[in-house]
Every structure is written in C-alpha cells, then in structure tokens.
Design a protein around this ligand. Sequence first.
Ligand code: ASP
Ligand code: MG
Length: 399
Amino acid sequence: MLIVQKYGGTSVMNCDRIQNVANKVAKCAQKGNSLVVVVSAMSGVTDEILGYGHHFTPLPNEREMDMALSSGERITAALLSIALNNMGLKAKSLSGRKAGIKTDSVHTKARIKYIDTTYMRKLLSEGYIVVAAGFQGVDENGEVTTLGRGGSDLSAVAIAGALGADTCEIYSDVDGVYTTDPRIESKAKKIEKISYDEMLELASMGAKVLLNRSVELAKKWNVKLYAKSSFSEDVGTLITGEDNIMEKPIVSGIALNKNQARVSLYGVSDTPGIASHLFNTLANANINVDMIVQTVGRDGKTNLDFTVPKDELEKAKLCLATYKDATLEFDTEVAIVSIVGVGMKSHSGVAAKAFKALADENINIMMISTSEIKVSVLVDIKYAELSVRILHSIYELDK
Ligand code: ASP
Ligand code: MG
C-alpha cells in the first residue's frame, strides 16, 4: 500500500517524540508499505517565528515571513529523516519545493494549485521513505509560500490525492473524532467512521482534530482519511464518503462554537435589497456571517439577526454604522450548539426533540438554523456546556 502519514506539532515536539514517530514510520514501512511522511514544525516553533517577525513591525513583509515560517517544517523533516537513516532505513527529506507543491502567490495563506509528483514518485520507486515538510510550497516564480495556520494537514491530503495514496493518516495527540468534546462530556465516544460532510460541520464548529480545508480537499479527491493518535495504537476515526458508511446514525455528534457574537438590527426599512446590501457590505469586509434570521416585516420595518465571529465584531460594527435608522444590539455572551448527522436527511423530528429537551431545562433558544445534516441553536453562553450534555444524552451518543 501507499500511505501518507502526517504528524502534527505535538507529535514532533522534541527529539524523543521524533524518535517515537520514526519508530512508527519504521513499523509501517517494514510491513512493506510505501510511505510519504508529512511533518509539522515542532510545537511552538511557528508561533516563535511569528513572534520574531513581529518584533520589528506589526506588519512584517509576508514574503519574508514565508521564508522564515517554512523553515520550521524543514527542520522537523530533516531531523526525522536523520532518525530514520540512523535506524538503517532509506529516507530523504524534501522541502515544499522539492516535493513539487505548486501554489498561488498569496503569501502566508497560499492555496495549492497542483503537485508535480515526479521526484516523490522517483524516490518511492527507489525504496525511499519520503519525508516532506508540510505547510509550504512555491509559486510559479519559485517564491516560497506557506498555506496558512494548520496547513500541514492540507499538504498531507493534497499529496495523498496527487499520488493516489491508499490512505492518508493524520496523527495528533487525540485518537480520533469524538461525538462531542470529551472535556465537556466525559461520556463522549470515539466515532469509528464519519462522512466528510459531517466532519466538515463538526470541524467548522470547533472540533479541532483536522483542518477544515483538508477535509474539503479529501472529499474532493476522495482521499480515505484517518484521524489517529501518535501516542497509541488505536485505529482512530475514518473520514470517508457517506456511501462507505453502512449504518448511518441519525445524529453523529454535537458541536459547540463559543466564538460567535450575535448582531441584531431592529427596525430596518423593509424594502427589497436591504439584506443584499447588508450582507454584501459584510462580505466585502471579509466578515464571515453564520446564522441569519430575518423576521416578516411589519409597518414597513423588519428585524435582522445574524452571527459573526467574535473577533470580527468590531469590523462588523464599522460596516453597520451606515444603518442610522435601525436600532443595533450586540451580544457576545452567546454560543452555537449544533447537532450533526447525515441520518437526519431521512428522519423527521430531530430538531423538535432537541428543542423540547432544551425547553425542559429552561434553556432559551435565541436563534435557530438548519441544513440537511445540521440543526444549530444559539443559546446563552452560560448554558453552552449544559446544552451540549443534554443533546448528547437525548440522542444517546453515550451508548
Ligand atoms: N506549523 C504550522 C502551524 O503551526 C502548520 C501546521 O502545524 O500544520 O500552523
Ligand atoms: Mg499544527
């Protein structure tokens, strides 16, 4: 089999941990597998480099930052390769450039355009374990780029897709995807298999096992993705196409997002184009709107409620300054709790059951939004964890 493995920052935090990774890689290679190993920078290193850049100016040149940032992953790649060689294995470390990762030119958040796999394939055919530095590539002028925070996941999935690897295993310090955050609900269970779409919903709502963009890419290229721990032998969670999951639970997991703030506009004039103008203004300012509720207008006035990331609230306030006739209200003491499951598509009453359970505990729902596979409610942040536990229990995710 051809396997791509990716090891995150905590898995390669120091030389002992790199040796631990080398042992795992060796074990997999000795079973006769071909391997590409993608590594992150040792944990803390990317932040340290960012700190150095910001020592001189709040806005360091992004091309220069990419030169500095990309070195973190290269150090780990080289060290892992040295450890593997020392164990008598053929291994070679590659920078993003040597691995053929071609990106656009948007420094510090570049997108991968394609991967020229020629050199990696040559090394694999010669029996090498390829150790690739994650998080980086080069643009068409050969300038070094990085892919944005957490980008090594993306490198791994993209390489797996381009090579047509059998599986892509993402190793971190957690052993898979859970039905909810185990720190909130100790009865949370590890999920054996989950669909790309459910994973995307859970990840965007705060489950931090995998970078969202990497799940999107895995879906697009149909990469069989595993989330595993580098500190155990556990099989982890398989993230795959919905069709590969025979028994679809109605609800797969409960997600919590405490990073959203509510914005309310009361008494905006109820005319065509008002929502269009408002949300285009926010979009142009690069503000990501999540939940939106507009009520039926009365007396020529209507109310609009929506949520934005907390750290974009100030920017949103500036955009809204033009709505002089409306009353504005903001609330940062809110949380979005979501029920996610592909089985919802064919079952009714999932939302109703959730609303009743929350009502029984006297938890007020401020906003609701639904999609085919998700029901989200906005609640007072005081009740966020409680809401998660209630929903986790009524859908029997602890069983
Ligand atoms: N080292 C980079 C970061 O910390 C990329 C990664 O770890 O995936 O964001
Ligand atoms: Mg990372």
